[in-house]
Design a protein around this ligand. Sequence first.
Ligand code: FDA
Length: 399
Amino acid sequence: MSYDVVIIGAGAAGLMCALQAGSRTKKVLLLDHMPKVGSKILISGGGRCNFTNIHTTPANFVSENEHFAKSALSRFSPQDFIEILKKYNVPFHEKKLGQLFCDTSAREVVRVLLAECEKYRVEIKLNETVRGLKQVDSDEGYRFEVTTSSKILAKSVVVATGGLSLPKIGASNFGYKIAEQFGLKVVPTRPALDGFTLTDPAYQKIKDLSGASLDCVLTCNGQSFRENILFTHKGISGPAALQGSLYWKEKTRVFINLLPDIQLKELLLEAKKKNPQTNLLKILSQYLPQRFIEAFSSSFLNYSEQISLPFAQVSEKILLDWSTTLHAWSVLPSGTVGYAKAEVTRGGVCTSELSSKNMESRKIPGLYFIGEVVDVTGWLGGFNFQWAWASAWAAAQSV
Ligand code: FDA
């Protein structure tokens, strides 16, 4: 029971690292505590896996060290992953904003990764719980003993156990515990790409809009996203809110421009001059659902009676208030939705502990961390898988 490399976690990063190390003729063992590989790949992208984003740049990632991901991302690009899928004739398409999805099923991605692992004789053991990991001395270069139901010697160990969301399908804190066991810093974790909860009663009317969706620009901590928001019975979801939640910190406000394509102030003042018989409801209904305007006016502007008055009877100040509020609706979330819905975990093994070239621990030679367990978190849209592939490739060149 001895291997060049033992990889713990057969998700996106673990599978990619296994096949790449295997292609370098390494003897590889890939372990997972669940009965199947790639569970998150299978449920990702609504079952079609948004497996990469062709516009990936380091700016699409959040980390305490914004430079850390640059090296790995530059050496294994979206095109490199596309080439692997093409070898197996997997059909795919761009949905929007550079996001690539399988035409048929996410199962295609797992099929390809498994076929490559098989080609390079990677051994895969499932339902295998790792009970311990320790450093050992050996004349043959084995640096670790991995305890499962048996004792396994490894020259290198790669931790690819992912983040904390969806424990039902295998997520665990194992990677962080291993980092701590070896004295490596872990950046505090929190759910991300999960949207916002609104518990303040002031938002009750807005939550009644559950199911409605709006195109907007959402800004959170200086980062803006132009996509839809979706009102839910808990708060705000939809792609723009998911992206914003990646940047959110306790007690910070989120600003939502609900009319990103028009200049409402100019439009209203002009209408007041030229058409004093028109009213707010008529004008805003051209751009926003009436249901939303009514809920919004009674919740936030306290001007609900003004929305159907002719402009001749509405002051400029009120029109300016509407304009300011609709262009920068200021929302104070009570939190983000949590791990049950989060697509990723922010934080993780601190990048200052790892080499950006190969993901190896600076303190413990031969110990590697890849994928989501590392403090590198991507935007929604295929970036997290691209990080999993790229960090896995980088480690595989070195194990
Ligand atoms: P990943 O979570 O894939 O794999 C970790 C593996 O380690 C699992 O197989 C787990 O069972 C195993 N493991 C954990 N603890 C263990 C232990 N103690 N012992 C042994 N094994 C252990 N991203 C994207 O780019 N495009 C998308 O479309 C989506 N969609 C999406 C939908 C949903 C619902 C979620 C929850 C997430 C996404 N993501 C996504 C995010 C993406 O799935 C995620 O970032 C990657 O799967 C991370 O890859 P890893 O290999 O690092 O972890």
